[in-house]
Design a protein around this ligand. Structure first.
Ligand SMILES: [Zn+2]
Length: 171
């Protein structure tokens, strides 16, 4: 009877230890590892001007590398008038998830501008090249927040965009 009791007790004890162990491991697996990896890639940067070709505007900011969908950058220049540059960069996995770039400035006809200004300028240029629809530049610009441009380049940016708009309309 005593032997049976000891056996039953041991089984219960082993079961208790085993379930405890599973709990500890489960907790450990739930913790998110804050480890940040470095990723090597090539990023295309387009020179933004009123006459930047469409294929260049479309490839601006695209990343190429082993960890990216596109493995190899295209041959440059894309077409006559292309002033794109391919820059080798090291991203953190955080940059990749957030969509940010280690390049903080962007080359343009207005000089080196911030990444935020460059994105806005590029998007408006793309819209102009694809079909501005509106008849007048003022009407066209009313759909954008041109006040989002930094104050130091705002006037110049609008002059550049107007030049692009006129060129697109005259084609
Ligand atoms: Zn290009």
């Amino acid at each position: 009877m005593l032997k049976l009791f000891i056996a039953a007790f041991s089984v219960a004890l082993l079961y208790w230890l085993w379930s405890k162990k599973n709990k500890i491991f489960a907790n450990r697996n739930n913790k998110v590892d804050p480890f940040i990896t470095t990723i090597e890639a090539i990023e295309l940067q387009t020179f933004l001007a009123w006459d930047t070709p469409r294929s260049c505007l479309e490839s601006d900011g695209i990343r190429y590398g082993k960890q990216f969908k596109l493995k190899f950058p295209p041959e440059l220049p894309h077409e006559p008038g292309c002033r794109c540059e391919a820059t080798k960069l090291f991203y953190t996995s955080d940059d990749v998830f957030q969509g940010t770039s280690p390049i903080l400035t962007h080359k343009s006809a207005l000089g080196d501008i911030s990444a935020k200004d460059a994105l806005l300028l590029k998007n408006i240029l793309l819209k102009i090249i694809n079909n501005p629809e509106a008849d007048s530049f003022t009407d066209f610009m009313s759909q954008f927040e041109s006040s989002s441009f930094s104050t130091d380049i705002r006037t110049q940016a609008i002059i550049l965009l107007e030049q692009a708009f006129k060129a697109a309309k005259n084609e």
